[in-house]
Design a protein around this ligand. Structure first.
Ligand code: BGC
Length: 776
């Protein structure tokens, strides 16, 4: 009984009691929409991310296992560095009484697949009738350990219901997996140890990273562990074993555990394959692993980020979903790595990091786990050499950060060619890698934001000041003189539907901000730490640059609100043609516009892909009046297609600021359904990291009303009508505050030994150390 596209395939309300708002359930198996569940239910621990492809294989599956920071580049100019898809260790091909277990055959009598966010465990229960009419119950579970980052654990319990079972299991390690056809690995040693542990070694072709994959199986029948008859076989990049246990009696349950591990020479504690094997050999069984994994999630994640929404169950689940994926996507263990735009959940965007990290994801860590935020910023610091190279290649100075980043030393890795142009039939050129330059200021902004929230002077001295100065050196070299002022021409702003524009407001304002901050901190260091300034000066020629910053920053053209208070997105935007966007705004598929127009045509119309002027109004919010914000919302939102998942969260926060709770909430509803909603195609290439970070920002900065302005903390909550309570933690200068908002009270608990000053709804207050403040 296979159902066609079931648009209500995902359910959010299956969890009850302790698991209320913790479970996402797929209730119908649909072989046409595998990608959505593979990505949305993907498991990860920041070291690796595993798409939730099923144990048995289907033609439309996309299996994926990505180990953070293990980039490789395939031969040829058309290829760019990407995160390779490591060998698959999750396949378990079952033959039940001579019939292949496949849900596309026979009949599914009962089915659900559930992601338990609390325990970060995936389960699948099936009652299956085979084509010949035999019935079986199967129960699969798996997790990617948060306690031992190398480990994937799987378990399947099979109960024959119609007659005794002759079972055959084919399972092992499959290195024939590719990235949509590109094989990133050279073949390595295959080996079976002690009739138990299978090993597949592989080496990336260009970056020469050693990968060691191991797997082992354990069989239990009604509590007794046994070793079934088994036959090993090896093929190119593949090692598998066929297991054939003795007959299993009707109604008895056989349980098979498959424990797998991946280790690479990128690991900081890597020695060699043998030490990796020795470490894998000590890994305990599923249940013991699971206890440690569950404890790690409870202690390190859910107790650390006790974020609660009362009033709308889905919203509570959505914010947990965000925290779940923010944890899974972030390589918190290694500052040489960053967050991919699709996390570790798919091949989309090749594992590259974008401004998505600094502007959309980082605020979560800056305010909730500053240690991880610092590491992510250290990645940028460590990649300054690549940024300097990019600047030099473009005849600029300082650090010009790549639009897309992979290895620290790579510099720019944005692919040059993209989707088909429906008019010319040629691939569209992706200009972002050449001229989407605002990322350099976005990184500087995130450094400053981190510093303001944390007061981490050590970070500033080791990395932060240098990042602020090196980026400002770039901007002064980038500005173009035009009679009495400076400008920035020929860029792509956040709105990627406008290419080669002059004076994109967001870019100009952010560059100006970057220059001003560099001037400020230069002055400060001159007073407070001249030795450090001297060291940085000799590296970046700061004395000369300082003069240039002062001269150019004051003359940089900043597009001003016009008579209708609208800030021109760029020099020509407001004079372009306006068309009715209703059909495209209502389309279920992103990019619907490009079925009718090509990018050149869209370039000539007032159509915006995503928040552009609007994100400027959010990031530099105290530079613009409420009237200007409102006028720009009214002008740009109708022209914005929200074709990037980054867009709605920003709009929701601005709507909150503008006091339109309903609009803010409806934008949030859409943002929180980008991955989680019922569009069964929205996440095929992976989840949307920035959107997920954006959901957290909507809840905490939008509805929670948390802001840092000019180095001070502000709190001005505006709960949506439907919410009765909101609770979240934030760190401010090392002190942890737990904020609890209801319709009529605000409670702030300061669990630190320092008093904290903040402005609550316009009034400055002080929350004394280890006390709770209540406002009602
Ligand atoms: C957006 C960018 C974003 C990128 C990666 C693009 O579609 O326009 O702003 O950085 O996706 O998420």
């Amino acid at each position: 009984m296979l159902l066609k596209n079931d648009i209500q395939a995902l359910k959010y309300d299956k969890g009850t009691g302790e698991l209320n708002n913790w479970l996402i359930t797929e209730t119908r198996f649909n072989p046409e929409t595998l990608g959505k569940v593979e990505a949305v239910f993907s498991l990860g621990n920041g070291y690796m991310g595993l798409r939730s492809a099923t144990e048995e294989r289907y033609s439309k599956e996309v299996r994926g296992n990505f180990v953070a920071g293990t980039f490789n580049k395939f031969l040829g100019d058309k290829e760019v560095t990407e995160l390779p898809n490591a060998a698959d260790m999750t396949e378990m091909a079952l033959t039940l009484n001579g019939e292949t277990f496949q849900l596309t055959d026979g009949e599914i009598l009962d089915f659900d697949r559930t992601l338990n966010l609390k325990d970060a465990e995936l389960s699948r229960q099936i009652h299956w009738r085979s084509p010949s009419g035999d019935e079986y119950k199967l129960f699969f579970t798996r997790f990617v350990s948060l306690d031992n980052k190398h480990i994937i654990a799987q378990k399947v319990a099979i109960t024959p219901l119609s007659r005794d079972l002759t079972l055959k299991l084919n399972s092992g390690i499959n290195g024939q997996i590719t990235n949509t056809g590109t094989q990133h690995f050279k073949e390595g040693v295959l080996r079976l140890y002690d009739q138990k542990i299978m090993k597949l070694e592989a080496h990336t072709t260009e970056s020469n990273i050693d990968f060691a994959h191991f797997t082992r199986h354990e069989f239990t029948l009604e509590n007794d562990t046994f070793t079934p008859k088994n036959t090993i076989f090896m093929d190119r990049r593949k090692i598998f074993t066929t297991f054939e246990p003795e007959t299993i009696k009707k109604n008895e349950t056989i349980t098979i555990e498959k424990i797998s591990g991946v280790y690479t020479s990128r690991d900081r504690d890597w020695e060699n394959v043998d030490t990796a094997l020795a470490s894998f050999a000590t890994v305990p069984n599923y249940d013991t692993l699971f206890q440690a994994h569950r404890k790690a999630w409870r202690t390190n994640i859910w107790e650390q980020y006790p974020i609660q929404i009362e009033g709308v169950d889905f919203d509570q689940l959505a914010i947990r979903f965000a925290v779940y994926h923010l944890t899974g996507m972030t390589p918190a263990h290694d500052n040489r790595m960053n967050i991919g735009a699709k996390g570790l959940s798919g091949e989309g965007y090749k594992g590259h990091a974008f401004w998505d990290t600094e502007i959309f994801v980082l605020p979560f860590f800056t305010t909730s786990n500053p240690k991880i935020a610092r590491q992510l910023l250290e990645y940028r610091f460590l990649s300054i050499p690549g940024a300097v190279r990019k600047a030099a290649e473009n005849n600029y100075e300082g650090a010009m950060f790549p639009w897309e980043s992979a290895w620290l030393e790579d510099g720019e890795v944005t692919p040059v060619w993209g989707a088909a142009d429906i008019i010319t039939g040629e691939p569209t050129k992706i200009w972002s890698g050449f001229i989407e330059q605002h990322i350099t200021a976005d990184i500087a902004f995130a450094v400053w934001q981190y510093y303001q929230f944390t007061g981490d002077q050590d970070f500033m001295e080791k990395h932060g000041y240098e990042l602020l100065f090196a980026t400002a050196v770039f901007w002064q070299s980038r500005l173009e003189e035009n009679s009495d002022h400076y400008e920035i021409t020929g860029v792509v702003g956040p709105d990627e539907y406008k290419e080669h524009v002059d004076n994109n407001a967001f870019t100009n304002y952010m560059a100006h901000w970057n220059l001003e901050k560099a001037i400020h901190y230069y002055d400060l260091l001159l007073q407070e730490n001249p030795a450090l300034l001297e060291a940085l000066s000799s590296k970046w020629d700061l004395r000369t640059n300082y003069r240039k910053w002062q001269e150019k920053s004051s003359k940089l053209y900043l597009p001003q609100p016009n008579s209708e208070l609208v800030i021109p997105q760029d020099d020509t935007y407001l004079s372009k043609k306006i068309i009715d966007l209703t059909p495209y705004k209502e389309a279920s598929q992103v990019g619907a516009l490009f079925l009718e127009y090509n990018l050149d045509q869209v370039n000539d119309m007032q159509i915006t892909k995503q928040a552009d002027v609007m994100i400027l109004l959010y990031l530099l919010e105290n530079e613009f009046s409420p009237e200007v914000k409102q006028a720009n919302w009214d002008y740009y939102e109708p022209k914005t297609l929200h074709d990037s998942s980054l867009s709605r969260a920003t709009h929701s926060i601005l709507a909150s600021d503008l006091g339109d709770k309903e609009l803010a909430y409806s934008m949030f509803e859409k943002a929180s359904r980008i991955d989680l909603g019922q569009n069964m195609k929205s996440s095929d290439p992976g989840i949307h990291s920035a959107s997920i970070g954006g959901i957290w920002q909507v809840v905490v900065n939008g509805f929670g009303g948390v802001r840092m302005l000019d180095g001070k903390l502000y709190l001005h909550p505006h709960l949506p009508e439907k919410w009765t309570a909101l609770q979240f933690p934030i760190y401010w200068k090392g002190s942890r505050l737990l904020i609890n908002v209801t319709k009529d009270t605000i409670k702030i608990t300061n669990t630190s030994n320092n008093d904290v000053q903040l402005t609550l709804n316009g009034t400055e207050i002080s929350i004394l150390a280890n006390t709770t403040f209540t406002n009602n």
